[in-house]
Design a protein. Structure first.
Lengths: 309, 78
């Protein structure tokens, strides 16, 4: 929801403070208000972005259009300023390192890197806008790639990048330095992406049970003999159809299970690291990974014409 | 002491069912399964062609998933 509050008005100026999310469904009201006030002779309109928590891509296009009509946009976070000035939150080359970090030059490379990061984060926590800018440019590529792996499409990944860096801007003071900043940022990225996945329609999630192995009371496989179809995969492993089936199956996993599989099988994280990032126990990670793999196996079996059990 | 030895022996002689064998495959494939459980699983595999076939297809699934994810062609959708 977007709250628009008139915080100042005189003969020449009107200021509207914005609080909340500016998204495709809320931006039309804002656009209409701006055009209505701009219609008054000699009146300038100023939008105060200090309470804005999120801007989606569609809303951004409308805001840029509003800006071209002479509406001023003030008090946005450095990240919001970057968006409004036409710079994409998607991968960009790192900027020149922040001035003032040269004192770390005497240490070895690894210690140097850690000290630089600590100094940068200290300045970020103190509200230094340049420090935020440096953090953004140093980490935006990584955040984008991580979000893209979990969400799969560029538009969603860009939205997550925005949410993450707005959260960095708003929550930097809460970072206590117990973990490395990059670890904190990674957890924030994964959890933001997962939240987005959970909010999306779940119509494609299927019951795992239909694809999990089943057993008789004595513990033997229910359907025997179990067929070894692994060689069929060898012949078809480059097959586009097989890739599509596996992609579809991965997308049918529950969001957290998909995150576990991606973090384990693509990014090579240990069970402990996955548990810490997702707020799960190690046992829960192992269980989820196992069930997800059994599900994927069952889906492949069915596609190849065999029983999943 | 005798009780401890009997417990250790019981663990070494652990016999798995197919259901139990299937439940430990993730750790077995990762190489993190405890030694006595690995022995029990491999004892079972030596006598169960169904579970040997299941393990092969399980490993192949893991391999295909890693290949797909690493290829960059995986595009999760909503």
């Amino acid at each position: 929801m977007l709250r628009i509050t008139k915080t100042f008005e005189d003969d020449l100026t009107i200021t509207l403070r914005l609080d909340g999310k500016i998204i495709a469904t809320t931006v039309p009201d804002l656009e209409e208000l701006c055009l209505r006030y701009r219609g008054s002779p000699n009146k300038s309109v100023s939008l105060d972005f200090s309470g804005v928590t999120f801007i989606d891509n569609d809303a951004l296009k409308t805001l840029k259009k509003i800006k071209t009509k002479g509406v001023a946009m003030v008090n946005g976070s450095p990240f919001v300023e970057t968006l409004l000035n036409g710079q994409s939150p998607t991968p960009k080359a790192a900027e020149t390192p922040l001035a003032g970090l040269e004192e770390a030059a005497d240490l070895d490379a690894r210690s140097n890197g850690k000290l630089k990061e600590r100094l940068l984060v200290d300045r970020l926590r103190a509200g230094d806008a340049e420090a935020f800018d440096a953090v953004f440019h140093q980490h935006v590529n990584q955040v984008y790639r991580q979000a893209l792996r979990l969400l799969g499409n560029e538009a969603d990944a860009e939205d997550v990048v925005q949410e993450v860096f707005l959260a960095v801007h708003n929550k930097a003071k809460t970072f206590r330095g117990q973990a490395e900043f990059s670890t904190w940022l990674y957890r924030l990225t994964v959890n933001t992406a997962l939240s987005r996945l959970r909010r999306q329609k779940r119509s494609k999630e299927v019951l795992y049970d239909d694809y999990l192995p089943k057993f008789q009371k004595d513990g033997h496989h229910l359907v025997r003999p179990v067929v070894d179809w692994s060689n069929d995969i060898d012949e078809r492993s480059a097959n586009r159809e097989l890739q599509q089936i596996l992609t579809q199956a991965l997308n049918q996993l529950k969001p957290v299970d998909k995150a576990v599989v991606v973090m384990s099988d693509l990014e090579g994280f240990s069970d402990r690291e996955i548990a810490n990032t997702l707020g799960l126990s190690v046992a829960a990670v192992k269980t989820r990974l196992h069930r997800a793999r059994l599900f994927l196996r069952g889906k492949l079996a069915v596609h190849l014409g065999y029983s999943p059990t | 002491m005798a009780r401890k030895n009997r417990t250790r022996e019981a663990r070494h002689n652990l016999a798995y069912t197919c259901k139990q064998a299937t439940s430990v495959l993730t750790e077995y494939v990762a190489g993190t399964l405890a030694p006595h459980m690995t022995r029990a699983l491999e004892n079972h595999l030596s006598a169960c062609p169904d579970c040997v076939a299941f393990l092969k297809t399980y490993k192949k699934t893991v391999e295909a998933t890693r290949t797909l994810l690493a290829s960059g062609t995986f595009s999760p959708s909503r």
